[in-house]
Write a protein of this length. Structure first.
Length: 103
């Protein structure tokens, strides 16, 4: 099974052709292709290649959806002081389908 490890949004993802992943928001429209040139590792099922061996390798993915994640709520509280504060946010995500791994 061929796979690659790519880096985007400060995180690393192990992907193979046909996978659907959610990454930090990318500035692309739905239906467009995203190319990831920052590939850290590739494997064809037998041998693993890293460093200078994978120079020029990229991963191509199709943008399926732009969406927001579930709400995360942080509640701050200090006992007996009457202090409480609710803070929340929703991460913006891009849903991708990996098309191919190659040069």
């Amino acid at each position: 099974m061929a796979y690659a490890v790519i880096k985007t949004g400060g995180k690393q993802y192990k992907v193979s052709a046909g996978d659907v992943i959610e990454v930090e928001k990318l500035d692309l429209e739905v239906g467009k292709d995203a190319t990831f040139s920052e590939v850290l590792l590739t494997s064809d099922g037998k041998a693993i290649k890293t460093g200078a061996d994978i120079k020029g390798v990229s991963v191509i993915a199709e943008v399926l959806e732009q969406k927001k994640d579930k709400k995360v709520v942080a509640f701050k509280y200090k006992r007996r002081k009457g202090y409480h504060r609710t803070v929340g946010h929703r991460r913006k995500l891009t849903k991708l389908k990996i098309k191919s791994i190659g040069a």
